[in-house]
Design a binder for this molecule. Structure first.
Ligand SMILES: Nc1ncnc2c1ncn2[C@@H]1O[C@H](COP(=O)(O)OP(=O)(O)O)[C@@H](O)[C@H]1O
Ligand SMILES: [Mg+2]
Length: 271
C-alpha cells in the first residue's frame, strides 16, 4: 500500500520543491515505485522533472474539478520508477471552482467535499505505488488542506537560516487542526534541514535549535546549499541525473534511505 507524504511549509523558498523532486527520484532509484504530485500552481516540480506545458494533457487541476480521471493525468517521467501528476498555472483558480462545484452538487443533493477532493482521487491509485510525494504550495489554503487530508504524513523542510522556526508554530497549528477536522491519522513524517551553508556558526545554531524543538523527528541527513541543486531544475532533471556524483545526489539518496527505513520497508521492492 502506498505511503502518502506531503512536503509542507507555508514559507516559500525553503526547499519543498527541490526536496519533492529529489526525494521522489531517489526513492525511484532505490526501486520504490513513486508518484510525484505537483500541487503548486507554479508547477516547478513539473518542469523540474522535465515536463513542459506542451507535454501536459491533464493536470491535477482537471482531476480536482472532476474534469478527468486521475489515471489519465499520470505521466511517466524519464526517471526510473518515477511518475508525475503535473500542475500549471490554471491550478491557481481551483479554489473558486471547487466552491462553485460544491454549490452545484448541493443543489443536486449529491455529496461533495472540497477539502477531500485530492484524498478521494489519490485513494483510487495509491495501491499502485510504494510512495506518493505531494509538493505543496507556499500557503495554507485549500490546496494544502487537500494535501493534509489526503496524506499519511507530512515532511517539513526547514531552511537553515536565522528565522527558521518563524512560522513553524502556525504550521504545527494547521497540522493539528487538520488532524482534528479532516485527518485524525495524519503524522509528522520528519523534519528536514535544508540549504545549510558550510562552516557557519549560524547554521550550527539553527540546527541545534531545530533539533531541540523537533527532537528525533529531524532527519540525520542535512541538505547542503549547493549551486548544482539550484541548477538542476532548469535542465529538467533531478540532481541524481544532472550531477550523479554531487554531494546533493548523496544527500537526497541518504534522505530517501532514511524515509524508507522509517517506514519499515526494505530498500528492495517486493513488487
Ligand atoms: N540545497 C539547495 N542548495 C541551493 N539552492 C537550493 C537548495 N534547495 C533549494 N534551492 C533553491 O532555492 C530556491 C527555493 O527552493 P524551492 O525548492 O523551490 O523551495 P520552495 O518549494 O519551498 O519554495 C530555488 O531557487 C531552489 O533552486
Ligand atoms: Mg515550491
Amino acid at each position: 500500500m502506498g505511503k502518502i507524504i506531503a512536503v509542507v511549509n507555508q514559507k516559500g523558498g525553503v526547499g519543498k520543491t527541490t526536496t519533492s523532486i529529489n526525494l521522489a527520484a531517489s526513492l525511484g532509484i532505490l526501486k520504490k515505485k513513486t508518484l510525484l504530485v505537483d500541487l503548486d500552481p507554479q508547477g516547478n516540480a513539473t518542469t523540474g522533472v522535465g515536463m513542459e506545458r506542451g507535454d501536459i494533457k491533464n493536470s491535477i487541476y482537471e482531476v480536482l474539478i472532476k474534469k478527468c480521471e486521475i489515471e489519465n493525468s499520470i505521466i511517466k517521467t524519464k526517471s526510473k520508477n518515477l511518475w508525475l501528476i503535473p500542475a500549471y498555472l490554471n491550478l491557481a483558480g481551483v479554489d473558486m471552482e471547487l466552491v462553485e462545484l460544491e454549490r452545484e452538487y448541493r443543489e443536486k443533493n449529491e455529496p461533495f467535499s472540497r477539502v477531500n477532493r485530492l484524498k478521494e482521487e489519490i485513494s483510487k491509485i495509491k495501491d499502485n505505488y510504494d510512495f506518493i510525494i505531494i509538493d505543496c504550495p507556499p500557503s495554507l489554503g485549500i490546496l494544502t488542506t487537500n494535501a493534509l487530508a489526503a496524506s499519511d504524513s507530512v515532511l517539513i523542510p526547514v531552511q537553515c537560516e536565522y528565522f527558521a522556526l518563524e512560522g513553524i508554530m502556525q504550521l504545527i497549528n494547521t497540522i493539528m487542526l487538520a488532524q482534528k477536522k479532516v485527518n485524525p491519522n495524519l503524522d509528522i513524517e520528519g523534519v528536514l534541514l535544508t540549504m545549510l551553508t558550510a562552516n557557519t556558526n549560524l547554521g550550527l545554531e539553527v540546527i541545534e535549535s531545530i533539533r531541540s524543538f523537533f527532537k528525533e523527528r529531524v532527519y540525520d541527513t542535512i541538505i547542503p546549499r549547493l549551486i548544482r541543486l539550484a541548477e538542476a531544475p532548469s535542465h529538467g532533471k533531478p540532481i541524481l541525473e544532472y550531477e550523479p556524483r554531487s554531494r546533493g545526489t548523496l544527500a537526497y539518496l541518504n534522505l530517501a534511505k532514511e524515509v524508507i527505513e522509517r517506514n519499515g520497508t526494505k530498500e528492495e521492492s517486493t513488487r
